[in-house]
Ligand binder design. Structure first.
Ligand code: FES
Length: 190
């Protein structure tokens, strides 16, 4: 059994803002049903250009549900620029922390929100799926995402990158690429 905080369990058992918005301003789905984690995030802006409503649907574990629920509470009332600044660590902190192996759930929430804002700003379909993956095809993780979580969370090992993104946790084919990125960032690449 994972060591979950009371707040995390509360958001899992009583998730806030589950569902769909009829006419959302921004919408995006990230993750992949094939690997068991997928999240759709939608928002609606109010007349003051702040997020008036945010809803999610997720097909994932307890941490994914709690992270999505927390994220909706965190973004309502914020401008889009303020929402964009929310980090995956802040989502985890809001829940009283997440087990290291579950940090990828907070990363997925943050990515879904960013994709939904991009959908609003560009009008493009920003759904991310397996076809978009450039680094880890098992879990649909791009090289940019890996670089970003390493930088934002000070990660130093492949295992940590897997905990935060799931990349490397399937067939393992992308592990040498993750190691190369870590070596490059730490300046130890040969
Ligand atoms: S490609 Fe990354 S675990 Fe399979």
């Amino acid at each position: 059994m994972w060591d979950y905080s009371d707040k995390m369990m509360d958001h899992f058992r009583n998730p806030r803002n589950v569902g769909e918005i009829d006419d959302p301003d921004g919408t995006a789905t990230v993750g992949s049903l094939a690997c068991g984690d997928a999240l759709r995030f939608q928002f609606k802006l109010g007349p003051d250009r702040r997020i008036a409503d945010a809803k999610f649907k997720t097909f994932g574990c307890a941490s994914a549900i709690a992270s999505s629920s927390a994220l909706t509470e965190m973004v309502i009332g914020k401008t889009l620029d303020e929402a964009k600044k929310i980090t995956n660590k802040e989502i985890a902190d809001y829940l009283g922390g997440l087990p290291p192996q579950k940090m990828h759930c907070s990363v997925m929430g943050r990515e879904a929100m960013e994709a939904a804002i991009k959908n609003y700003e560009t009008g493009e379909n920003t759904d991310r799926n397996l076809e978009d993956a450039t680094l880890c095809t098992c879990y649909s993780v791009s090289e940019n995402e890996v670089r970003r979580v390493i930088a934002e969370n000070g990660l130093t090992t492949v295992e940590e990158v897997t905990n935060f993104t799931k990349a490397g946790g399937g067939c393992g084919r992308c592990i040498p690429k993750i190691q190369r990125i870590l070596d490059e960032i730490r300046g130890t690449a040969k």
